[in-house]
Design a protein around this ligand. Structure first.
Ligand code: ASP
Length: 309
């Protein structure tokens, strides 16, 4: 059982992470079955509140809650009273007072999910807060790794790209280290957080070095929407110096997993030959996203469900 909210991987123990992954493995059987219907969330309501664009995260939360029989609804900042100047606090109170049990929020500000969680009765799931965390992404990445590598201890994971602006990098870094994997980071110096080595990771500006012998390669999207000034000369230069191609992939372990949270900029972070190769698990990450989100919804609502029954 988790607490009231899921705000980040930082707050979870290795045991809690293992528990979520075990349950997600069970949920995956439902996702892949003909009859995707559980009664787990019957009578509960789930609202997604997205201040930033999303395809995978939002849809997979929505499907996850529908597969579990919740009443679900979605609002986006662009189609709501946020456009009329309503604050996050007032929007949160409004959703809360409609009897909502779970609010799943994505917001451009780091810390926004924690702020909302403190101010509403509903459970809050962080679906990405600025450059801080994206816990369910790291959990679905972990499920993919666990399924294909059997565990995490002793694995070498290379996270490559725009680490500075990536909440996916932060959540994955916390998770993989808690589970016993070795993590290294690579990307342009301008896209590497200054103090990141204090987390006990190796950093490289040379992608070849990071990829050498890696069991898992997680590539990151360049977050142009968070870059206030140009942090690398051109997209073409980025792709040739930092992009994942067949030559670089050949430096990794022969059975290395290639992963990307999506959306992928084909030909920038990785080329199509790598995105579509047999070592790419990007499609499976998407399937695992639904399973992990079902597991999180189940665990977060257990207290409430137990109190009712
Ligand atoms: N979908 C992920 C996120 O929202 C990764 C990305 O957008 O690059 O953080």
């Amino acid at each position: 059982m988790l607490g009231k909210d899921l705000l980040g991987i930082k707050q979870l123990t290795a045991e809690e992470i293992s528990g979520i992954l075990d349950l997600a493995g069970e949920m995956k059987k439902v996702v892949l079955s003909e009859d995707k219907k559980l009664d787990t969330l019957k009578g509960l309501s789930v609202v997604t509140l997205f201040y930033e664009n999303s395809t995978r995260t939002r849809l997979s939360f929505e499907l996850a809650s529908k597969y579990m029989s919740s009443s679900s609804a979605n609002i986006t900042a662009s189609g709501s009273s946020v456009q009329k100047g309503e604050s996050l606090l007032d929007t949160g109170h409004t959703i809360d007072r409609m009897g909502t049990d779970v609010i799943i929020m994505r917001h451009q500000c780091s810390g926004a999910a924690a702020f909302l969680a403190k101010n509403v009765k509903a459970s809050v799931i962080n679906a990405g807060d600025g450059m801080n965390e994206h816990p369910t992404q790291a959990l679905l990445d972990a499920l993919t790794i666990k399924e294909h590598k059997g565990g995490f201890k002793g694995l070498k994971a290379a996270i490559i790209g725009d680490v500075l602006h990536s909440r996916v990098a932060r959540s994955n870094l916390y998770l993989l280290q808690k589970m016993g994997a070795e993590v290294c980071l690579a990307g342009p110096a301008t896209l590497m957080p200054k103090d990141i080595e204090r987390f006990g990771v190796k950093t490289y500006n040379n992608v070849d070095k990071a990829v050498e012998g890696a069991d898992v390669i997680i590539n990151l999207r360049i977050q142009l929407e968070r870059q206030k000034s140009a942090l690398f000369p051109t997209v073409r230069e980025y792709s040739s110096v930092f992009g994942l191609n067949e030559r670089r992939l050949a430096l990794a372990a022969p059975d290395a997993l290639v992963m990307h949270p999506g959306p992928v900029n084909r030909g920038v972070e990785m080329n199509s030959a790598v995105i579509d190769c047999g070592q790419s698990f990007i499609d499976e990450q998407v399937t695992n996203g639904v399973s992990v989100r079902m597991a999180v919804l189940d665990l977060l609502t257990r207290g409430k469900r137990n109190a009712v029954n």
